[in-house]
Design a protein around this ligand. Structure first.
Ligand code: FES
Length: 150
C-alpha cells in the first residue's frame, strides 16, 4: 500500500521541529480529516537555509512533510515556490489515491510559509507576478475550525 520511501520518511522523518526566529511560517489544515501541518522556513540571501515541520496528522502527512522539507532545503524562493503537490507525491514514489490529499498539505504549507516571509519583507506584490503555487486557497486553522463547527 505505501512505498518503502513513504515508510522510511514516516518512521524516520527529516527536519521535524522548530526554527528559532523563523523568516516565515505556513500553517494549513485539511477540513475533512482535521490534520494540521506547519512549515517554518529560514531565508538567507534568497535561499531557504533551513526548513522544519510540525505535523499533527496521519502517517502520509508526516512522510510528505518530511519530504517537502528535503525538497525545499537549499532552494531559492523562486525554486521552492515551484515545488508542487505532485512533486512531493512523486518523490515519495507515489501515494495511495485516498492519501493524495496529504501531499497537498505539505506543498501548500511550504507556499504559505514563503508567502508569509515575502509579506513580512514587504514583497507581497512579488507573488502576483511570480507565484506558481496552489490554485485553491489552502485552509487555515481558523477556516478548519469554522468548517468543523459548521
Ligand atoms: S489523512 Fe489527513 S492529511 Fe492524511
Amino acid at each position: 500500500m505505501y512505498s518503502d520511501k513513504v515508510m522510511l520518511h514516516f518512521m524516520n522523518p527529516h527536519n521535524m521541529g522548530e526554527i528559532e526566529n523563523p523568516s516565515g511560517v505556513g500553517e494549513v489544515g485539511n477540513p475533512v480529516c482535521g490534520d494540521l501541518m506547519q512549515i517554518q522556513i529560514k531565508v538567507e540571501d534568497g535561499i531557504l537555509t533551513d526548513v522544519k515541520f510540525k505535523t499533527f496528522g496521519c502517517g502520509a502527512a508526516i512522510a510528505t512533510s518530511s519530504m517537502v522539507t528535503d525538497l525545499a532545503m537549499g532552494k531559492t524562493i523562486e525554486e521552492a515556490l515551484k515545488i508542487t503537490r505532485n512533486d512531493v507525491a512523486e518523490s515519495l514514489e507515489g501515494l495511495p489515491p485516498v492519501k493524495m490529499h496529504c501531499s497537498n498539505l505539505a506543498a501548500d504549507a511550504l507556499h504559505v510559509a514563503i508567502e508569509d516571509y515575502l509579506k513580512k519583507e514587504g514583497r507581497g506584490e512579488w507573488l502576483d507576478g511570480k507565484k506558481k503555487g496552489p490554485k485553491k486557497k489552502p485552509a487555515t486553522r481558523k477556516s478548519v475550525k469554522r468548517q468543523q463547527t459548521g
